[in-house]
Design a protein around this ligand. Structure first.
Ligand SMILES: CC(C)(COP(=O)(O)OP(=O)(O)OC[C@H]1O[C@@H](n2cnc3c(N)ncnc32)[C@H](O)[C@@H]1OP(=O)(O)O)[C@@H](O)C(=O)NCCC(=O)NCCS
Length: 309
């Protein structure tokens, strides 16, 4: 009889060792362990982020990340269960362990009041469809630097202390949102920032460059991909502020030697650039409460890269 529970000390290390070759972001095992451990132990993680395992006796059969998320659809608030980094050790695969763990975790979060589960699939979606998930809008934009306005003045890098201003700007453009979206209450931004900071620390870099601000009127949260600058989320109050912000993103690409800007077309970023269907990180949801309003299959979402946790 297998049970679902939080991973303890050495079990966490086993899980991190297992996922490092897949999601290690170029960090070696020791640095990845440090990064993941600090993130899991951070103040931002408390109460919202867990590492769960499916155990038989003392043996870990499968493991995953679990997030306690808030969102909305059709202006109704939603309690959501976020799923990430599902992993079964290679020797134990194809025994139904991941599926049993996911079912048990969905039951546990349903009992705690979650109305839907959400994940971003990197494998064939049929696997999750068999568990009750359906695909929702999953598009991305890849923009060349030349498509952005030439660098002007008026922007600056985000600094510690900018978080509340950025959260306000991100939230304001979503006040009247009716599509399925995660809340812009500040937690996702703070958690992602903790993630970026711990990643930079594990890489031996100081404070990462994580945003661009046009004081009082526009902001973007960013991260550096291998070949891209990724816009996690953005917001602005008017067209002039948007132009200044986009020129700041171009400046950032030039400084970092990245040719392309990558983003998910959601919120104010929707409609700015041509988008294509995503081939990975496919957004999927499964209802846990049949009365909750949720998008249909392929239905619209407002999920920005910031929400991909
Ligand atoms: C995906 C994974 C968690 C499944 O674990 P598992 O305990 O073997 O899962 P189950 O026994 O419940 O299901 C096995 C089924 O998973 C599905 N599956 C596994 N890998 C898959 C992949 N890359 N694409 C599509 N389906 C996959 C298959 O349908 C398989 O059944 P089959 O081989 O009999 O057709 C495991 O293969 C793993 O750890 N992979 C590496 C990490 C990963 O990619 N995680 C998913 C991130 S979204």
């Amino acid at each position: 009889m297998a049970v679902l529970r939080d991973l303890a000390g050495e079990e966490r290390a086993d899980y991190f060792r297992g996922i490092q070759p897949i999601w290690g972001g170029g960090l070696d095992d020791a640095k990845f362990q440090l990064f993941q451990r600090r993130l899991a132990d951070s103040a931002e993680a408390a109460g919202r982020y867990r590492l769960l395992g499916w155990f038989e006796g003392g043996r870990m059969l499968s493991a995953m990340k679990a997030y306690d998320l808030r969102g909305s659809c059709a202006r109704r608030p939603l309690k959501l269960f976020g799923i990430g980094a599902v992993f079964t050790p290679p020797a134990l695969r194809r025994n139904g362990h991941a599926a049993s763990m996911l079912r048990a975790a969905m039951d546990e979060y349903r009992e705690k009041g979650a109305q839907a589960a959400v994940l971003f699939s990197d494998i064939d979606i049929e696997y999750y469809e068999r568990l009750g998930f359906r695909v929702v809008e999953s598009r991305e934009c890849s923009v060349e630097a030349g498509a952005l306005p030439r660098p002007s003045s008026g922007f600056r890098p985000a600094m510690p202390g900018d978080e509340p201003q950025m959260t306000r700007l991100f939230g304001a453009s979503r006040t009247h949102e009716t599509r399925f979206a995660l809340d812009r209450d500040g937690w996702t931004l703070r958690f992602q920032l903790r993630r970026l900071r711990e990643l930079a620390r594990a890489r031996g870099i100081g404070e990462p460059e994580w945003g661009i601000v046009v004081d009082g009127s526009a902001a973007a949260m960013i991260r550096y991909g291998r070949d891209t600058v990724d816009v996690l989320e953005a917001g602005w109050t008017d067209d002039a502020a948007r132009t200044t912000l986009l020129s700041g993103l171009r400046d950032c690409m030039q400084r970092a030697g990245r040719q392309r800007l990558r983003l998910w077309p959601a919120g104010p970023l929707r409609g700015l650039f041509e988008s294509q269907p995503r081939t990975s990180a496919i957004a999927m949801i499964a209802p846990l409460d049949e009365t909750a309003s949720l998008p249909e299959r392929n239905g619209p979402t407002e999920l920005a890269l910031l929400d991909h946790i």
